[in-house]
Ligand binder design. Structure first.
Ligand code: ADP
Ligand code: MG
Length: 407
């Protein structure tokens, strides 16, 4: 039933997005009016919090300047959601301090600071009448949009530069917040699953080296095996090793030793190269200083992309199945005891909202993930589990949360 115009500013790992949504007061009137997506200038990732937030405020100002009259927001204070895809300790809906950076960001002085306050300060310094009404994790934004479209949505997962998930939990299942009262009896848990670790994770020497040479060693072990920032670099490391121990790639190209020189976009382009001569693979290898590789070797490179991405997709599916198991939606009746047998047999429809550039654009990743999810859950239970893509869900959903706060 909410009405009005709301904004979202989303700081991802690679991109930042600004958008405006208009709500007409009925479910069918969600109008996403303007979406801007830009790469985050790489120098900002290791600058200062002031430089970073001044840049975001500047971008917000430009966005507003080009608004037409149709935005209905002239002369009114604008309500903004700040979608922030890094670990935060929340103290209220609109405040929280940064716990640590991930995904290659390194602004150490920012750790422990209130990120919403930093953005509000930068907006104020530019004289913008914008109120940071909510600080939202990107997965929670995606869950919100999923829920808006379909109330069976209880899980949201992001596969972009990094990876994370959140889900709806029964309040009484959370031991550390006994007595926490919510009107719905449930609460959203942001898992920060990128930092999941288990000795059972199939970690290779490539993963160990990648971790050691990253900006956050011994951290985010799951993310480093499944997310977009890292898949390209794992593939690069395998090719480098093969080039060092054999002569199939000719003399070892010095470029192969450059961290992150092979992007996951290129991995999917090679993986999905359907030209008979694998011309795309040849072109990308050439860009890495590896030329004149025979077709047989190009096929081998496709195989490397396949192995790395298949592992990622399957582990991603295992993560989702783990959540479904925790909340009793995997057909087992849940970890919590005390359910009756009939309840256990009654399977509820469950929607998993998924977003992020890796999932949206890398078909093979998506297919491996969905295939493995069916494999883990079984054909029968899988019929009740719907995976739904939510393009820009994290930003749009965050704006919806701000709308719900206003009424
Ligand atoms: P952010 O993580 O900044 O929120 P996205 O969700 O759009 O942004 O994810 C961007 C990431 O998704 C890229 O860094 C890349 O790792 C991955 N990605 C985007 N396009 C592709 C593609 N065509 N193939 C494989 N990976 C892709
Ligand atoms: Mg994102």
């Amino acid at each position: 039933t909410e009405k009005g115009t709301y904004y979202a500013l989303h700081l991802g790992g690679t991109y930042f997005r600004i958008l405006r949504v208009h709500l007409g007061g009925e479910r069918s009137y969600l109008d996403v009016q303007d979406v801007e997506r830009h790469p985050i200038p790489s120098h900002l990732m290791n600058s200062t919090s002031e430089v970073l937030f001044n840049f975001l405020a500047f971008s917000m100002e430009r966005f507003i300047e080009k608004e037409g009259k149709e935005s209905n927001s002239q002369g009114v204070k604008r309500e903004l959601a700040f979608t922030f895809s890094f670990p935060v300790k929340h103290s209220s809906i609109s405040s929280g301090v940064l716990i640590k950076w991930t995904k290659g960001f390194e602004i150490s002085e920012m750790v422990g600071k209130d990120v919403a306050e930093c953005l509000q300060g930068a907006l104020n310094r530019r004289g913008l009448d914008i109120h940071v009404a909510a600080l939202v994790n990107d997965t929670v934004g995606a869950l919100s949009l999923g829920y808006y479209h379909d109330p069976d949505t209880v899980v949201a997962v992001v596969f972009g530069t990094g990876s994370n998930a959140c889900y709806l939990e029964r309040t009484d299942a959370i031991i550390k917040s006994q007595g926490l009262l919510t009107t719905s009896g449930s609460v959203v848990v942001n898992m920060e699953w990128g930092n999941f670790w288990s000795s059972h994770l199939p970690r290779t020497s490539y993963d160990i080296d990648l971790d050691a040479e990253s900006s956050n060693p011994n951290d985010m072990g799951f993310e480093k095996i499944i997310a977009g920032l890292y898949l390209g670099d794992i593939v690069r490391r395998v090719i480098l090793r093969m080039s060092q121990v054999s002569d199939i790639f000719g003399p070892t190209s010095p470029m192969l030793s450059e961290l992150y020189v092979l992007r996951t976009n290129s991995v999917s382009a090679m993986h999905e190269d359907d030209t008979p001569e694998l011309q795309e693979v040849a072109r990308i290898l050439k860009d890495l200083g590896v030329s004149e590789v025979p077709l047989k070797v190009r096929k081998l490179v496709v195989k490397i992309c396949d192995v790395v991405t298949r592992r990622a997709g399957r582990l991603a599916a295992a993560g989702i199945a783990g959540i479904l198991k925790k909340i009793g939606r995997d057909g087992s009746g849940g970890i919590t005891s005390g359910r009756s047998r009939s309840e256990m047999r009654m399977q509820k429809r469950t929607v998993v909202a998924v977003e992020g550039g890796l999932y949206m654009n890398y078909t093979m990743f998506r297919e491996y993930m969905e295939e493995a999810l069916v494999e883990i859950l079984g054909e029968e239970v899988s019929q009740y589990v719907v995976v739904k893509a939510m393009e820009d869900g994290s930003s749009i959903g965050s704006a919806l949360l701000v709308a719900s706060l206003q009424s």
